[in-house]
Design a protein around this ligand. Sequence first.
Ligand code: PMP
Length: 427
Amino acid sequence: MTLSEQLFDKAKNYIPGGVNSPVRAFRAVGGSPIFIKSAKGAYLYDEDGNTYIELINSWGPMILGHAHELVEKAVSDAIQKGFSFGAPTRREVEMAELICSIVPSVEKVRMVNSGTEATMSALRVARGYTGRDKMIKFEGNYHGHGDSFLIAAGSGAMTFGEPDSPGVTKGVANDTLTAPYNDLAAVQALVDANKGQIACIILEPVVGNMGLVKPVEGFLEGLRKICDEEGIVLIFDEVMTGFRLAKGGFQERCGVIPDMTTMGKIIGGGMPVGAYGGKKEIMDVVSPAGPVYQAGTLSGNPIAMAAGQAMLTHLSENPSVYTRLEEIGTTLTNGMKANMEKIGLNYTLNHVGSMFTLFFTDKPVNNFEDAKTSDTALFGRYFQAMLKRGIYLAPSQYEAMFLSTALTDEHIQTILDANLESLKEVV
Ligand code: PMP
């Protein structure tokens, strides 16, 4: 038995399913999860002394690779000054100013502790602002584990075949309307059938949580138009795409500006942080400026703010980060396509910037139904074949890979060699 296997066995006695977040259990890919001891740059090191080149990067935030010196220094400096005050600090103001200057839709912002809190709070604010109860979300999009969002949810909920969770009341479910991603006509039909009742439309502007799915041309523009016509708050959930697909998130890249934006993990450089922000007039309904209540003892935590500030300052001062992320993403995905051609495979590879997913289906993947045509058993074998060759992928077909600037051209070549060998082995 490996040390990771021993730890997992023990964990199952004390933690439900042995993990603190479901996808970590490797249930979708078979085998036992790898327990991580440490990470640096492009590498993960496990309890058994194995080294992996890493393509998850803590599900997104490690844009600069693990334990980047700048972030490390900011955190160790901040630790000298106390861990939490529950009172305002200079850094929170500087962080808010920084985020407002970077993200096009954000004029005011509130820090929270996770992506889940960010989306739950944004939804409450949209409801408070409009005085309406209903929300539209898209099948296969994941917005954290808030009750309202666990209807037709992606990510782990989809991986485990439970996109609608027990424990969510019928009342909550009734206020959540769902449409297929990339289907404007379906959204229009929901809006028409629920005139004057819809507070917000929330979506991942590029979806990472059913595997990577891009918005088709005109989809985001169409949503913007519907929201403008109907007085609906448009919320982009950029927890994964913010500061990654462009400095100002995918909204900067596509030019469609939502009314509100939710952010997460990246703005803490990997520390537990989230945030939601948007137009002043909307954000000013939040307490104590307005009547919509939302609070947090650890919100704006000084250590997390220090990490986030170091990370965001570096990203905003170094546009070369984004040039490099594009370059790595293009080289890697082109190489994977060339590998498939070499051995006569035609699987769908969706890619935007430094995020991508190889779907084990030859159908185009533009929504949840398309994603479900993937051969997930085959993905499981591919995952294990890559792991054996020292490449750590997201342990589910329904997730995106995230690249970091710590990857060198040599790493990319190593990943491509492993990809070719693994495909040959499992297909
Ligand atoms: N929104 C999106 C788009 C996400 O991908 C996630 C998690 N990956 C969340 C919200 C929830 O964030 P957290 O896990 O930090 O609660």
